[in-house]
Ligand binder design. Structure first.
Ligand SMILES: *[C@@H]1O[C@H](CO)[C@@H](O)[C@H](O)[C@H]1NC(C)=O
Length: 503
């Protein structure tokens, strides 16, 4: 099978200049089935590839299959290739590309430029999304087109560059490639347009339909500097947390201050009142209102009451710490300002939701709670395997007896003081980890507490032992007494909590 595919690729190289399409992968459809031996070459020889990572048993994958085929056929004419990888056959390949759930769709421009597919899983949507991807990331603008372009979206960027300034052009284009799914990018080398805008090339103007209307970047063109500029300038001074914006705020790398209120009027009013403090902390703390009628449950995640609004909390998004503003106190602009000042000065302790620390440990698995997390999980002398679970999660229940067996094996071995098998109910306890699905299993190895290793293999006692052995400081191996277990489907997880579904 591999040799046939490899041959197909060799043939592809030979006939590259001819019109004829070489056949690589499944001969029946237009989706290319790829594996370890073929994937990288395929991605390198095709400029734009959409790849689906799937498992044969996954329902969403089955639903996607005919849509994906149809899109592949339509896109064939445009020379955009659709590929698929069966992760039950190609575990290494799927791990290399960070596949955590099925199906995962990623856009490849070579093996180094990979972006997630963020469109819908329908043939039409896939087709139009990928056609847009195939167009240049930067539109060249002229006096005739620039005005319309400035208002073509909520946020657009225009670079004013000198025709001879190749480096500015390249840096800007590379940035645009990276952010092309989020914003429209245009550029012009017409000096009169720069003059009309009142800027000197090279400069970037970000036009936005909110706040001050535009922001200008005049520093040296450097990709990281431009990325940082775009992030700050495109974020409204007082934004709104909702399903479309939540993940952006969580990945922004700075804390998010939530203003919960039930009516639009109240949100506007509070937003206005907090503008000066938001302005003061711009680029350091994001501020956003949130509809407490629709997303009131999220207040609970910030350790605020879920039935008392308006309210306010800051979330430290990197360490995932919560700083709720005392809900008994009156919510005034002054009180919030000093709260944010104190937070920023490190004067406020994060609030920690925790079950009581158990007086005795009943089973072999060590029960961790919010208050004991640091003492147990971050104990630098021990390899700690920790499972983050939810009481309602079926996969967690299925794992429980095996996990108990695993813990017993270690507890009755020479490694009983070196390896801890632990679990924490992540719905009832605050943990520093951002948990996306249940169960999540991580190893905090002794001496390497800042670099926990995620477990994504099959959930069998045997595989977990291997994992602890390979990644732990003590290379602790225990022998499993039981018969070989039937293999379990790899790492299916359940979404973490109601609020994450909504937001
Ligand atoms: C940037 O460079 C590309 C490729 O050389 C060129 O087509 C484009 O016109 C340049 N853009 C500007 C604004 O000069």
């Amino acid at each position: 099978m591999y040799s046939a595919l490899a041959f197909g690729l060799l043939a592809a190289a030979k006939v590259a200049s001819a019109d004829q399409q070489p056949i690589v992968g499944t001969p029946k459809g237009d989706v290319h089935q790829l594996g370890k031996g073929t994937f990288d070459d395929f991605v390198k020889t095709n400029d734009l590839v959409l790849a689906e990572f799937y498992a044969p048993w996954c329902g969403h994958c089955k639903a996607l299959a005919p849509e994906y085929e149809e899109a592949a056929t339509t896109l064939k004419e445009k020379d955009i290739k659709l590929a698929k990888v069966d992760c039950t056959e190609e575990q290494d390949l799927c791990q290399t590309y960070g596949v955590e759930g099925y199906p995962t769709l990623k856009i490849f421009r070579g093996v180094d430029n990979i972006t997630p597919y963020s469109g819908q899983r329908k043939a039409d949507a896939i087709t139009s999304f990928m056609i847009k991807q195939s167009l240049p990331a930067v539109s060249l603008l002229s006096a005739d087109t620039i005005e319309d372009f400035k208002t073509a979206d909520k946020v657009v960027l225009v670079a004013y560059v000198d025709p001879s300034d190749k480096s500015a052009n390249e840096t800007y284009t590379a940035t645009a490639e990276q952010l092309r799914d989020s914003y429209l990018f245009g550029a012009t080398n017409d000096a009169t347009l720069a003059e009309a805008e009142g800027v000197t090339a090279p400069a970037i103007v970000l036009y936005k339909q909110f706040d001050e209307g535009k922001s200008t970047f005049t520093d040296k063109f450097d990709k990281d500097a431009i990325l940082a500029f775009v992030k700050t300038a495109s974020t409204p001074l007082i934004g709104e947390v909702g399903p479309e914006t939540y993940s952006g705020y969580m990945s922004a790398g700075i804390p998010l201050a939530y203003i919960f209120a039930e009516t639009p009027e109240e949100r506007t009013e509070l937003g206005e009142a907090l503008k000066p403090v938001a302005e003061k902390f711009r680029g350091k703390v994001n501020f956003a209102t949130i509809d407490a009628k629709s997303f009131g449950a999220h207040a609970g995640n910030l350790n605020l009451p879920t039935d008392k609004f308006p309210s306010f909390a800051i979330q430290e998004t990197v360490k995932n710490q919560k700083f709720p503003f005392d809900s008994e106190k009156e919510l005034t602009a002054d009180a919030i300002s000093s709260f944010v000042e104190d937070f920023s000065a490190g004067k406020i302790e994060p609030s920690l939701k925790s079950e009581p620390i158990p007086e005795t440990q009943e089973g072999a698995v060590t029960v961790v709670v919010g208050k004991s997390y640091e003492d147990i999980v971050l104990d630098d002398t021990k390899d700690v395997l920790i499972e983050f679970y939810a009481p309602w999660c079926g996969h967690c229940k299925a794992l429980a007896p095996k996990y108990e067996d695993l813990a017993s094996l270690y507890a009755n071995s020479e490694f009983k003081d070196k390896v801890v098998i632990a679990k924490v109910d992540a719905t009832a306890n605050d943990v520093p980890d951002e948990i996306q699905g249940f169960p999540t299993i991580k190893l905090y190895a002794a001496g390497a507490k800042s670099e926990p290793v995620d477990y994504s293999g099959p959930r069998t006692v045997d595989d977990l032992i291997k994992f602890v052995k390979e990644n732990g400081k003590y290379q602790a191996e225990v022998a499993e007494k039981t018969e070989e277990e039937t293999p379990v489907a790899p790492a299916a997880t359940e979404a973490a909590g109601e609020d994450h579904d909504e937001l």
